[in-house]
Write a protein that binds this ligand. Structure first.
Ligand code: DC
Length: 241
């Protein structure tokens, strides 16, 4: 089976994968594909226009048609930027209410198809190694990725990290830790139990529990594994030339 020059990093909300992936991409000059940002912007745009109708109505044609008429942009560098019709949505998609609606909207098969198509288009048009972060990137979207990781941590630790992240961005808005932990567990339930592309550990992924690890430790471990893989690949390439 031909493997693709792609690294996937999946895991539940708050497992630390976003900031680790961003840092690795920067350090190792990889293209960062933040699939959560893509699901967030698609969900938000639908919600702004139709509120909850896409979740209720069986017929999806008008919603897909609406998405097709919008101009979505994703730029991995220097910071992840998502824009819709030239309007920057990068900040707005991080708001806590968007996390909730995205968990619901991302259960829709047609929305996942739209998003996966977008993800593949970006990866195909990029010549460098890509690091893709999400929930199903190693299991469903890029099963032939060269290297797969699954990051996890217990829900208490994840809630603390998420709260700190929201506070730093000024988006915590009076949120209590306990409330956030409940929301995270609810999203885990949604993400793990949905019928299509649930959050799952790819069989060939390295599982890393970050509950007791420092951020620097996680980063160092992943960096070592990636460099090892990239070197093996270049060595293989050289010996076949
Ligand atoms: O990683 P995140 O918190 O930005 O993801 C937001 C939501 O998007 C999350 O509830 C699950 C969904 N998602 C998904 O279903 N599949 C992905 N590959 C990425 C995110």
């Amino acid at each position: 089976m031909k493997e693709l020059p792609i690294i996937t990093l999946d895991g539940p909300a708050g497992s630390g994968k976003s900031s680790v992936t961003r840092n690795l991409a920067e350090k190792l000059n990889l293209t960062f594909i933040d699939t959560g940002a893509m699901f967030r912007v698609l969900s938000l745009v639908l919600w702004e226009k139709f509120e909850r109708r896409p979740l209720i109505e069986k017929q999806s044609d008008q919603f897909i048609d609406y998405l097709n008429r919008q101009k979505f942009e994703y730029q991995p560098r220097p910071e992840v930027l998502v824009a819709v019709n030239e309007v920057d949505y990068s900040q707005k998609i991080r708001e806590n209410f968007v996390s909730g609606i995205t968990s619901d909207f991302s259960q829709l098969a047609w929305l996942r198809d739209f998003c996966v198509h977008w993800q593949k288009k970006i990866v195909q048009s990029d010549k460098s190694w890509c690091i893709v972060e999400g929930r199903d990137t190693g299991s469903v979207v890029f099963p032939k990725a060269m290297l797969k990781f699954y990051l996890t941590a217990d829900s208490e630790v994840r809630a603390k990290r998420r709260l700190q992240e929201l506070q730093e961005k000024g988006l915590a808005d009076g949120l209590a830790l306990e409330e956030l932990r409940e929301q995270i567990e609810q999203r885990d339930q949604n993400d793990q139990n949905r019928k299509i592309s649930p959050l799952q550990i790819p069989p060939d992924a390295q599982v890393i529990d970050t509950s007791q690890m420092t951020y620097e430790h996680v980063l160092m471990k992943l960096e070592q594994e990636i460099l090892k893989k990239v070197r093996t690949c270049s060595a293989k390439k050289d010996s076949t030339n």
